[in-house]
Write a protein that binds this ligand. Structure first.
Ligand code: 8YV
Length: 331
């Protein structure tokens, strides 16, 4: 087999680097001081991009835009590490016959666990209670009483694979589930709300699980937070861009809502200092899928997708826009 050149714009797990490095010529763009020069030199040879989100440093080539892809005339496939692929213009890629893959399923349960951990921590304030103990304050008096998970209704925004795994956990905890998504799901009996605002009004835990990207930018805004109300808790394990962050800060400051549990932010890894200063909010550094086992499974799936493509067989997990190899060939 002749050499296959792969562009890696951002640092990916060692498993991916080792596996791809053993069978392909990998150009680790993120290591190059002069990225423009590298792109000019190797752009004409690149047949695949292996990428992932989130960005970890200021100057990395990110996102995978039409402008970047146009500079790679032999590009056939973009393999993304992560189920969310708002970092890749998959629509444009499909129109050019470029395949896009992601890493669904293998991270579903891990991410649902994170969502539930955030939910419990935001409602029962366990991180603050733990700090209270560590600070020696328990020696003088017990920690304050908190809100409760009991009697709550969880409103899930986006009932895909991860949304359904969260719903199962909620049911096991005795929490009622309702949902809103683009389409009503035929395989669940949870009540469907026909708008986000109706969902927010009818629940007191608003769980965000929809994909990021232009269609969902800032949809959780001031009005939605007002509808969620003073006993309401917002949990976001999807993308920070979905929430109007200044509106959320205001809502938390004014106690328009009770609390929030956030794994994602609009401008990662920068988190607004206003949020960091609030101790009734639980903040995580985008660790939804970040266990060793799950990241290994995601990494392996990304590699398997590239191997399948270059072996001439169907990729394992094409994104919705990509359809299949035959459709791409016709593009
Ligand atoms: C990862 C994620 O943080 O899968 C996603 O969409 O956001 C996370 O699992 C990320 O994609 C790893 O690069």
């Amino acid at each position: 087999m002749s050499q296959i050149d792969i562009l890696m714009p951002v640092p990916l797990p060692q498993l991916v680097r080792d596996a791809l490095g053993s069978r392909y010529k990998v150009h680790q763009l993120w290591l190059d001081a002069d990225k423009e020069a590298t792109l000019a030199r190797v752009g004409g040879d690149i047949r695949a991009i292996a990428t992932g989100a989130p960005i970890l440093a200021e100057d990395m080539v990110y996102p995978i835009s039409p402008a970047l892809m146009q500079r790679l005339p032999k590009l056939e496939i973009v393999a993304n590490l992560g189920v969310g692929y708002d970092n890749v213009d998959a629509q444009w890629a499909a129109s050019q016959g470029i395949c896009v893959t992601n890493t669904p399923d293998v991270l579903t349960e891990e991410t649902a666990d994170t969502a539930f951990g955030l939910t419990l921590n935001a409602i029962r304030q366990f991180p603050r209670a733990e700090k209270y103990l560590r600070d020696g304050k328990w020696l003088t008096r017990p920690f304050e009483l908190t809100a409760s998970l009991r009697g709550r209704t969880m409103g899930i925004l986006g009932l895909g694979r991860i949304g359904k795994a969260i719903a199962q956990r909620a049911e096991a905890f005795g929490v009622k589930v309702i949902y809103h998504s683009r389409n009503r799901a035929s395989d669940v009996s949870y009540p469907y709300m026909d708008s986000l605002i109706a969902l927010a009004r009818a629940c007191d835990i608003l769980m965000i699980v929809v994909p990021g990207g232009p269609a969902t930018r800032n949809i959780v805004n001031k009005e939605v937070l007002e509808a969620l109300g003073p006993n309401g808790v917002l949990i976001n394990i999807a993308r920070g861009t979905i929430v109007d962050e200044p509106a959320l800060i205001e809502a938390l400051r004014n106690r328009t809502i009770l609390s929030a549990g956030l794994d994602v932010f609009a401008d990662e890894p920068r988190v607004p200092p206003e949020l960091i200063a609030m101790d009734h909010v639980v903040l995580l550094p985008h660790v939804g899928s970040a266990s060793q086992a799950t990241r290994d499974a995601m990494s392996q799936l990304q590699v398997d997708n590239l191997d399948a493509w270059f072996a001439g067989t169907d990729v394992l997990t094409p994104v919705a826009e990509t359809a299949d190899r035959n459709a791409l060939a016709a593009a």
